[in-house]
Design a protein around this ligand. Structure first.
Ligand SMILES: NC(=O)c1ccc[n+]([C@@H]2O[C@H](COP(=O)([O-])OP(=O)(O)OC[C@H]3O[C@@H](n4cnc5c(N)ncnc54)[C@H](O)[C@@H]3O)[C@@H](O)[C@H]2O)c1
Length: 438
């Protein structure tokens, strides 16, 4: 059993407080809203949420749940704070952290000069970086104590949906705690002992961005489905049935497929077919902003790779893979062809290793495409990987042909793997994500 203060008794905070109390913890809800505090103490839910009124009444009657406006009292009587205050958009769309800062300062000031051990858990949705560079230093300064020992700070994003919030609390997709040190998460995981879900400890940046990724993905899915519905109407097709059938493909559509950060897509189908849909929509004066931005987004990603390669300032470049994926010699709209063409055009000395490609075997549209983009391809291709590594000051790994090669001749900083996130040389990743299952 833990003694927990839940700051903010709105939709997330009240559900969290009531469920934690139901699971055996001693909980104090803390809010600046007098009416919410009074409602809770009378055994009433301050927000409308199915099942919450009954749960709050039961827990208040059992003496495990109460509320207060007195921050200091709540902190002194507890060992963990779950902060679930609002993080609304400010006038420019950025995250407003005013309420969070107020709570953090109060916690720090109350802990200052005491020997109380305390874990602060940010449950509110917060962009990566704010906890680490703003809230954590603020807490340390207010408490006049370094973090990581007696006082710890973690994040623990919430994935519940209003209207089925208790059900989602009890059966989340996973429980994720972001921690600066592994043991910081221990006390937080104890709170979820009764929850049957995968428990994951990761770094605070990953945990924070995961929450935004989930919401952005949900928003993207809804927007995509609506655009497909609009297209279906324009074509005279049944949009509901199209999407119902699309979702039945759990191999490629509703699955992990295509959901890892890597390189731009290409090939003879994806670009062509997205182009056809957007062209048709233009002819029909139908606005489909999501689908219309897919090819520009893909091009921006390719441009990012070109910038990263050029920033290395070397001329002799070895590319591993030219076809859009390994196992095919289809070069049509391969992003690696565009990459090679651009680098050659900018004066780089390129060699390419792709055992699947033989210039003499290229035919039809494939040959026409390469004649137009890389007419001197034969002079760029090398037959053996050793010829590539001997030539290259910088190796650029494109498709999975790279997996079978011995690249130990090159230091890791002289290799760019386009199949990973393309951010490293633009901005150094703040932490290396370590994921541990608990
Ligand atoms: N609502 C959802 O479905 C949902 C789901 C997941 C995550 N979230 C995130 O959880 C956070 C809270 O969302 P919500 O919908 O519960 O917000 P809410 O507005 O319903 O509740 C916030 C509560 O915080 C209180 N508060 C404000 N300043 C305070 C302070 N200084 N000290 C103590 N209490 C204070 C408010 O009075 C209010 O009761 C947000 O970051 C949100 O993005 C919300």
């Amino acid at each position: 059993m833990k003694r927990v203060a839940v700051f903010g008794t709105g939709y997330v905070g009240c559900v969290t407080a009531a469920c934690l109390s139901r699971d055996g913890h001693q909980v104090i809800g803390v809010d600046i809203d007098t009416e919410k505090v009074a409602a809770l103490n009378e055994g009433k839910s301050p927000v409308a949420e199915p099942g919450l009124e009954e749960l709050v009444a039961e827990q208040v009657a059992a003496g495990r749940l109460r509320a207060t406006e007195d921050f200091e009292l709540a902190i002194r009587e507890t060992e963990i704070a779950m902060i679930a205050v609002g993080t609304p958009s400010d006038h420019a769309g950025a995250v407003s952290t005013a309420a969070l800062e107020k709570v953090i300062c109060s916690i720090g000031q109350t802990l200052r000069g005491s020997d109380q051990s305390y874990t602060v858990v940010i449950r509110s949705t917060l962009l990566p970086g704010i906890l680490e560079t703003s809230l954590a230093p603020m807490l340390a300064e207010a408490a006049d104590s370094a973090l990581g020992g007696r006082i710890r700070i973690c994040n623990n994003p919430e994935f519940l949906r209003e209207s089925i919030a208790i059900r989602d609390y009890d059966a989340p997709p996973f429980v994720v705690v972001g921690a600066m040190a592994g043991t910081d998460a221990d006390d937080v995981m104890v709170l979820y002992g009764a929850i049957d879900a995968e428990k994951i400890v990761t770094d605070t940046y990953t945990a924070a961005l995961l929450k935004y990724g989930c919401n952005a993905y949900h928003a993207l899915k809804i927007g995509f489905a609506n655009e497909m519905g609009a297209l279906a109407k324009a074509f005279g097709a049944d949009g509901q049935q199209v999407m119902e059938l699309l979702c039945r493909d759990t191999k490629l559509n509703v699955s992990k497929a295509y959901l890892r950060p890597g390189f731009s897509f290409g090939g003879s189908c994806l670009p062509k077919d997205v182009r056809a849909l957007t062209r048709y929509a233009e002819e029909q004066a139908l606005k489909i902003s999501i689908l219309r931005s897919v090819l520009p987004s893909n091009q921006e990603h390719l441009d990012r790779a070109i910038r990263i390669i050029e920033d290395r300032g070397v001329r002799k470049i070895g590319m591993v893979g030219l076809s859009f994926k390994s196992g095919t010699d289809d070069l049509r709209e391969s992003p690696f062809v565009t990459l090679a063409e651009t680098l050659v055009g900018r004066g780089c000395d390129i060699k390419i290793y792709d055992p699947g490609i033989s210039v003499s075997r290229l035919k039809g549209g494939n040959l026409a495409y390469i004649d137009q983009r890389l007419p001197h391809l034969a002079a760029l291709l090398v037959e053996k990987p050793e010829d590539l590594t001997a030539h290259a000051e910088l190796l650029v790994l494109g498709n999975d042909i790279a997996d079978g090669l011995d690249l130990t001749s090159h230091r890791s900083e002289d290799i760019i793997d386009l199949r990973c996130c393309l951010v490293v040389s633009e901005q150094e990743s703040p932490t290396s994500a370590t994921i541990a299952e608990v």
